[in-house]
Every structure is written in C-alpha cells, then in structure tokens.
Design a protein around this ligand. Sequence first.
Ligand SMILES: NC(=O)c1ccc[n+]([C@@H]2O[C@H](COP(=O)([O-])OP(=O)(O)OC[C@H]3O[C@@H](n4cnc5c(N)ncnc54)[C@H](O)[C@@H]3O)[C@@H](O)[C@H]2O)c1
Length: 261
Amino acid sequence: MARLEDKVAVITGAASGIGLAAARLFAAEGAKVVGTDLQFVDDDTWRDHCGGDALFLRHDVTDEDRWASVIGEAERHGGRIDILLNCAGINGVSGEEAPPQEPDVIGLDIWRRVNRVNAEGTLLGCRAVIPVMREHGGAIVNISSIAAQKGWPMRTAYGASKAAVLQYTRSVARYCAESGWKIRCNAVLPGPIDTPMIKPPGRKPLAGGDGQAGANHVPIKRYGEPLEVARPMLFLASDEASYITGAGLNVDGGIAALTAD
Ligand SMILES: NC(=O)c1ccc[n+]([C@@H]2O[C@H](COP(=O)([O-])OP(=O)(O)OC[C@H]3O[C@@H](n4cnc5c(N)ncnc54)[C@H](O)[C@@H]3O)[C@@H](O)[C@H]2O)c1
C-alpha cells in the first residue's frame, strides 16, 4: 500500500526545487496533491508531475487573505487536508540585485522581505490549516535550514528567518499536542541542496567556484538532491512518524555533526 493513500497534501513552493520534488513524491505515494507557488504552473504540466487529480493554485504565501481561499479551495478539491508542507522560501541573495545582508550594512527592506516570505509565510500556513486539521488530525512539515543553527554573516536575514521557522514549529507542535489535537508539526533543516536557490540558472553556484568548493565543506562532499529532502519530509508527514512532533531533522550531509556538542 502506498504510504500516503487517501491523504490530501497542500504543498507551497511547489513549482521548483524541494517543493516540486516533494509534490511528485507525495503523489507517487498516493496523495492527492494541491501545489501552490508564486510562479505559475499550467494544469497540464502540473498533472504530468502529480497525476490527474492534482490541483495547482497561484499563491503568494505572504498574502494573508489568499491563504484562507487556498485552504478553502484545497479542502473543497480534496474533501479534507491531511498534510501541509511549507516549502516556499527565498534566501534574498539569489536575485540579480541582491542587497547585502552583513550585520553592519543590512537594510530593513531585505530583512523584512526574507522574514516575510520564510517566517510569516510559514506562520500564515500553519495558522490557516490548524482549524481544518483539528477534527481529524494532520501533519505539518516546515522547511528550516542549517542556517538556523549557525552564524551566517552573509545571510543574516535568512538565518534569522529559518531560526524563527524552527522555533515556531516547536511552538505549534506543543500547542496542538497539549490541546489534544492529533496534529503533528516538524521541520527539516537542509544543508546545501542542488536547486535554483543556490544554483540560479545561468549564474555561478552561490557557494562559490564550480560548486565543488562549497560541497567540500559538507562531510559527504556533495550537495544534496531535492529528492533527498523530500524523502525525509515524506517520512515526517506519514503515519510512520506518528510519535514525532516538534522535531527538527537535519538533512545536511553531516554538516550539523561538525559543530554538534
Ligand atoms: N536549496 C538549499 O540549499 C536549501 C537549504 C536549506 C533550506 N532550503 C529551503 O528549502 C525551501 C525550498 O527552496 P529550494 O531550494 O527548493 O528553492 P527554489 O527556489 O527551487 O524553490 C522555492 C520556491 O518557492 C517559491 N516562492 C518564493 N517566494 C514565494 C512566495 N512569496 N509565495 C509563494 N511561493 C514563493 C518560488 O517561486 C520557488 O518555486 C526554501 O524554504 C529554502 O529556504 C533550501
């Protein structure tokens, strides 16, 4: 039996990278997938990715009002919502005109933009789905980052936003468990994953050089693939993780082990 048989999953940031890999994997495991993203994906392409009963919605995760309609449309489409993956995110350093994030020069604009998408987007998603999941239970998986756990001078806004995601994940987990709702909430903390975020098309990898220089800092000596994050997300979203809530799972080729105390 497929691991997500009869489940309905809403996945943000589903047009690219980790979110897209998760959408395809979850569909292959039997889930009805409602993908959302700022980037548009047409119906045919989306059904190619995720099967005939998949739905794609244009959605900016920072748009508070739009969250209510996305959750409503997903619920009408699937009959329920069992899983939410908050994958949408930006690092604020991939764009052509990326403002600096070093602590002494960072502007409030980039700080707010990165925190809005990553931290507030995750908050709005959890807040919107909890009332829908309360009755029958559910699983939320958020994407934090190894940047939540260490100083990241060039990406101060990004690190702070991902630390907020991790801390908020723990609060949601406790709140739901202590309220007697069968809603679990966990986070994954990826290391460098080979997606457009760190390898913007037509530009050098953000980690430097041909990418190997960055990869050499990883004990496993390579970047991860999006599917290598999607698989742990599948585990956390599935009933196999029924006793796991409030966890932050490192998916980083061993980076956290370099500094673990
Ligand atoms: N790639 C990495 O090395 C890495 C490492 C740690 C954490 N992460 C996190 O993983 C998540 C997925 O990133 P990815 O690497 O797959 O990058 P990606 O750029 O391939 O995918 C991110 C997706 O989020 C969407 N998005 C951005 N802003 C949005 C908004 N306001 N509303 C809706 N959608 C929006 C983008 O359109 C894109 O499709 C992000 O939260 C990222 O911070 C990535």
